[in-house]
Design a protein around this ligand. Sequence first.
Ligand SMILES: *[C@@H]1O[C@H](CO)[C@@H](O)[C@H](O)[C@H]1NC(C)=O
Ligand SMILES: *[C@@H]1O[C@H](CO)[C@@H](O)[C@H](O)[C@H]1NC(C)=O
Ligand SMILES: *[C@@H]1O[C@H](CO)[C@@H](O)[C@H](O)[C@H]1NC(C)=O
Length: 314
Amino acid sequence: MNSTGIRITFTFLLLLEITLVLQLAGVNGRSYLTEDDLYDPSALSDLTSDSQDEFVLPLNDDGEKGKAIRETADDLQGLMEIFGQTTTPASKHGKKGLAKDEHGRVQMGVASDQCDDAKTNLTVDWDGSVANYTCFHPETRFPQSPYLQPLQECEVIPDAYRPEHFCMDKQIHYKHNIPSSGDHRPLWPKFGEYLYVPTQRWLHNIEHGAVVMLYHPCAHPMEVKRLRSIVTRCFGKHVITPSTLLPPERPLALVAWGCRLQMSLVDDNIAEDFIRQKALHGPEGNYPKEGQFDQWLIKFANETGNADYSRVTC
Ligand SMILES: *[C@@H]1O[C@H](CO)[C@@H](O)[C@H](O)[C@H]1NC(C)=O
Ligand SMILES: *[C@@H]1O[C@H](CO)[C@@H](O)[C@H](O)[C@H]1NC(C)=O
Ligand SMILES: *[C@@H]1O[C@H](CO)[C@@H](O)[C@H](O)[C@H]1NC(C)=O
């Protein structure tokens, strides 16, 4: 065959493959996607590129949305970056004999000594190091800059995506330091402020519509106090924890399902707008149930005077 012949044959095969992939849409008769489907190219045809865009919206000084940078993540790698990645994608449901929900996942909210009881094996997610909640240079906190505008990033997550519930015998890793969706533990933290909460726990709360406040231990204490007072006043359904995974330029963040807002200096209007717009979203965005995990809890959300988990109160 000459080279034109080869090229024509190759193009034909490619078209045939695309057709086959499109026919497989519908993901084996299920109406939802799991993280495993993200490793299965035939499932990806279900996700049109417009539902997989990543939006990065820097906000200018007046709080208006500036230039939107759109990055399309319609390939497998991009999807995995959005959803994070587990170490063992192929064997996901943990041990046999555990109670499962209607999506075949380990049942959430039920303590199990075979899987997750919110007390055993917690070092899988966090070794308890003081480094994760302490500023070792308290006299020289990260400088705040009014020139570093708040940065809001959102991923459009397909409605059909269902994060997995992994037992404590499995590690869960994320591609992003501040993921806004992803696999997590079956038991979630009670709402409130903590000495520290691992990402693997609070990701479950945002699936239930909570807002999570993260701050670097070396962020300025006045800014931390300012953001905390906004969060506790605006929304009872919150989790507050330090995180050394935040960058020094923007050591303060709010996270809700699909979105994160990172700040150098707290902007009250932008933070409140974020809570008003992003709270109570997620696949189970109105799920009202209190969590089970309360290791390292400092203060229940209801002790701040805001026990309303059902609505934004500012
Ligand atoms: C805790 O802090 C250490 C030291 O800075 C860091 O290497 C580690 O990734 C942090 N762990 C978590 C879970 O954030
Ligand atoms: C703790 O980890 C061990 C080893 O992975 C596992 O066999 C056990 O089921 C786990 N228990 C809980 C409650 O997480
Ligand atoms: C606050 O919430 C905790 C956890 O759900 C609960 O045990 C406690 O009774 C609540 N306190 C009040 C005053 O509602």
